[in-house]
Write a protein that binds this ligand. Structure first.
Ligand SMILES: NC(=O)c1ccc[n+]([C@@H]2O[C@H](COP(=O)([O-])OP(=O)(O)OC[C@H]3O[C@@H](n4cnc5c(N)ncnc54)[C@H](O)[C@@H]3O)[C@@H](O)[C@H]2O)c1
Ligand SMILES: [Zn+2]
Length: 359
């Protein structure tokens, strides 16, 4: 078992990482000073796998537990669902000190966090992430939100959890494409901050893909440490936190051109490759580093080539996203493994050249 502390003054919290931790959640909640009632918010698939063990662990510690369900899928991360959940919380007798526990992937975490942040002006929030992406990314950093119409994460807040319980044992039921999706963000964390972690990955990728618990525990803990360090320095996303967007500006444009028909992690992998090409083209990254990054992404089950999309449309999507102004764009570029920075304006012609080279 590993623990990572996120130091944010009075809003600081501990992330617990280990196999089998869901059945320890009741005890961990008690140690955090919570008791009384507890509300679990989850989806039907995750409930079938893990709902009972979480509920039992809470009941065993004297919590009066209610489990609320939201159907699977991003389309339910909405104000409408939040509205329904407020009613269900009230009906369950949730009070100002009643913890809301998000059991599931990033969709459940973002939605339940938004509900916890707003119900009665905020109740204690606990994250129990069950996808790799949620364990290494969305459960850390305190961003909670719902979508509004076509606009992702349009309505939200910064609201830190009281506790995060990441049971890496829950990753054994995750479909392979969901694992790859999360690995993309883990590799991103290694690239932006930690060359040794990148090497660990190269040496252990087969163990990781075989879901070896020790290897999973290590990559989740190291990944979370890196994200926590960045978040501690820039809680409200005003500066340093933008390095977490490595691969994301171009990745988001690819997602939008493909109408979200590509997994986020896959689009980010393509975006990271594009950022590497651009960095090399601008003379800040040694070209010889690129094959190493490409090889690891591919071994992790990620794409490094742009699927059949029109490069002009990707550039257009970046414009739409207000990322491009006067033919220039700000991107997170890389000098070497572990060293990235937000660029001054990059010419879109260079972005175009990089995208064409990834066809
Ligand atoms: N708040 C943040 O900082 C932040 C960061 C990144 C992403 N996000 C958000 O996260 C969401 C994506 O999260 P996600 O990738 O976890 O997807 P998800 O929450 O949609 O989960 C994917 C699927 O996996 C299933 N699932 C979850 N855990 C499982 C398990 N252990 N075994 C088997 N199946 C399981 C779920 O039922 C769901 O169908 C997006 O809404 C995105 O905006 C938020
Ligand atoms: Zn991402």
């Amino acid at each position: 078992m590993k623990k990572v502390r996120v130091r944010l003054g009075r809003s600081g919290y501990t992330i617990h990482i280990g196999a089998g931790l869901l059945s320890e959640t009741g005890r961990l909640l008690r140690e955090t000073g919570l008791d009384g009632k507890a509300i679990i918010i989850t989806d039907p698939a995750v409930r079938d796998f893990y709902g009972t063990s979480l509920k039992q662990s809470l009941t065993a510690q004297g919590f009066k537990t209610t489990l609320l369900e939201v159907p699977e899928g991003e389309q339910h991360k909405s104000l409408e669902t939040a509205g329904r959940l407020y009613g269900e919380l009230a009906a369950a007798g949730a009070e100002r000190n009643t913890p809301v526990i998000a059991l599931g992937g990033g969709v459940i975490g973002d939605l339940a966090g938004f509900v916890a942040a707003t119900y009665m002006r905020g109740v204690p929030f606990v994250q129990a992430p069950t996808t790799l992406l949620a364990q290494v990314d969305s459960s850390v950093g305190g961003k909670v939100a719902v979508d509004h119409g076509k606009l992702k994460n349009m309505v939200g807040a910064f609201y830190q959890p009281r506790l995060v319980v990441s049971d890496v044992g829950s990753l054994t039921t995750l479909p392979a494409e969901q694992l790859a999706n999360g690995l993309s963000e883990v590799i991103k964390h290694a690239i932006i901050r930690d060359p040794e972690f990148f090497t660990y990955f190269e040496e252990n990728i087969d163990r990781i893909k075989a879901l070896d618990e020790k290897a999973l525990e290590h990559i989740v803990a190291r990944s979370v440490e890196i994200k926590a360090q960045v978040v501690e320095k820039d809680e409200k996303d005003l500066g340093l936190r933008n390095i977490l967007n490595f691969g994301h500006t171009i990745g988001h444009a690819v997602e939008s051109v493909l109408d979200f028909g590509i997994a986020h992690g896959q689009a980010v992998a393509i975006g990271m490759m594009a950022a590497c090409r651009i960095s090399a083209d601008m003379g800040v990254l040694e070209k010889t580093e690129i094959p190493r990054i490409r090889k690891l992404l591919r071994r992790a089950g990620l794409r490094t080539k742009l699927p059949g999309v029109d490069v002009a449309r990707v550039l257009e999507a970046m414009k739409h996203d207000k990322k491009v102004a006067d033919g220039k764009v700000k991107l997170v570029l890389i000098r070497t493994l572990g060293d990235v920075f937000l660029s001054a304006d990059v010419d879109t012609a260079i972005v175009e050249k990089a995208l064409v080279s990834l066809r």
